[in-house]
Design a protein around this ligand. Structure first.
Ligand SMILES: O=C(O)C[C@H]1C=CC(=O)O1
Length: 94
């Protein structure tokens, strides 16, 4: 199943820079692994925001929750999820 996910990152100013940098590096490595294995299909920065729109391809709600809650930056994210269905006028099979 495909899900569009909006992630807004809110790292508190009280978190030490070294810890924030470590979490960002771990997040990048994990995000790239998930892109390589096809789970994280799209990752787009929202211009002007520390936020992204992503598309995930996972088995269902529980699998999506497992992936999202495993993200290193998860404790500092506000996440919203939109399930996607096929559009009858789409010419591409997704
Ligand atoms: O930067 C972000 O949007 C948050 C998160 C998503 C991928 C990644 O590397 O960090």
């Amino acid at each position: 199943m495909l899900y569009m996910v909006h992630m807004q990152v809110n790292i508190p100013a009280t978190l030490p820079r070294s810890e924030a940098d470590r979490l960002k590096a771990e997040e990048k490595a994990y995000a790239q692994k998930l892109q390589q294995d096809g789970t994280w299909r799209h990752l787009w920065r929202i211009a002007g925001q520390y936020a992204n729109y992503s598309v995930f391809d996972v088995a269902g709600n529980d699998a999506l929750h497992e992936v999202l809650s495993s993200l290193p930056l998860y404790p500092y994210m506000a996440i919203s999820v939109t399930p996607l269905a096929q559009h009858p006028s789409a010419i591409a099979a997704n």
